[in-house]
Design a protein around this ligand. Structure first.
Ligand code: UDP
Ligand code: MN
Length: 294
């Protein structure tokens, strides 16, 4: 751990030399100001954590409709390799065409639920719809089935170990494009009319809604807040700048996560500052936006 902290300090110094205006308290740290751990490789002992989380049941929620069905198989196959290996894992994969999903064989203790959902026309509505699905899922079904729920974008692949070090009451990942960004340049919704509004000068991190989790109860609260905000905005004929991710950031501004994941847990090989992120545990699949969203 000490070695890791020293390395982080050194990296910070390097960055300060390169870019003197960089936020001093860059999100390379291992503790938030509200004393939640920020998870980087080397900050935890998996042996201890595996004892603590022994026997926990973990859900993984993902939506794949229309052309995004193509991402589901690689997503699930990579999860079989790297996600919560050795634990009871239940996938909740929502799709508009279950027949189009190729068969996959799963490891022991792992279950796939393929669930039907109607696809919206606009990609923005599809993406936001996840909050509504989560409100229902975390209310009706999940309290009986899992202890923790992890929610992910489907256009991603697991690329390295992702285990119980990510579990906690409410867990969010720092957006890999903003982990060195000054507070006022974070990509919050700045429209005071939107339920997602966060004023300049406020906020902690900019979190990416492509990987987060928590207890079923906490994800129920989070998704309820986001869904209500989306509906309220729609009534006013507005939409937050980054759809449900903006509402997600608003929720996490009021309700601080109990654990924060470093960009090791969402990375994209196109991004700068990759030398600071040694492990790339969960990687964005490069896609042609115009092609897959139409
Ligand atoms: N999505 C989908 N079908 C679509 C558009 C989006 O299933 O036509 C889902 C999918 O889970 C995707 C998520 O919504 O990962 C968020 O959209 P996207 O990944 O395109 O957003 P980005 O990561 O590019 O911001
Ligand atoms: Mn995505």
């Amino acid at each position: 751990l000490n070695e890791h902290l020293m390395e982080i300090k050194q990296n910070e110094r390097k960055l300060l030399l390169r870019r003197p205006n960089i936020r001093r308290k860059a999100a390379l740290e291992v503790l938030t100001p509200w004393l939640a751990p920020i998870i980087w490789d080397g900050t935890y002992d998996l042996r201890i954590l595996n004892n603590q989380f022994k026997g926990k049941r973990i859900g993984l929620f993902v939506l794949a409709v229309k052309k995004y069905i193509r991402f589901l198989l690689p997503f699930l196959e990579s999860a079989e390799q790297h996600f919560m290996v050795g634990y009871s894992v239940t996938y909740y994969a929502f799709t508009d065409n279950t027949a189009a999903v190729p068969k996959i064989s799963l490891g022991a203790g792992r279950t796939l639920n393929l669930l039907e959902v109607e696809a919206d026309k606009r990609w923005q509505d599809i993406s936001m719809k996840r909050m509504q699905i989560l409100v229902n899922l975390t209310h009706d079904r999940l309290p009986k089935e899992v202890d923790y729920l992890v929610c992910a974008d489907v256009d991603m692949v697991f690329n390295d170990h992702v285990g119980v070090e990510i579990l906690g009451d409410l867990v969010a990942t720092i957006h890999p494009g903003f982990f060195l960004t000054q507070r006022n340049e974070l990509s919050y919704d700045r429209n005071p009319e939107s339920a997602a509004y966060i004023p300049y000068g406020e906020g902690d991190f900019y979190y990416m809604a492509a990987f987060y989790g928590g207890t079923v109860e906490e994800i129920n609260k989070l998704s309820t807040f986001c869904h209500k905000g989306i509906v309220a905005d729609k009534k006013k004929n507005i939409e937050a700048v980054w759809q449900e991710e903006s509402h997600f950031n608003k929720y996490l501004f009021f309700n601080k996560p109990t654990k924060v994941l470093s960009p090791e847990y969402i990375w994209d090989t196109n991004l700068p500052n990759g030398d600071l992120v040694k492990k790339r545990r969960f990687l964005a699949v490069h896609k042609n936006h115009i092609d897959v969203r139409n």
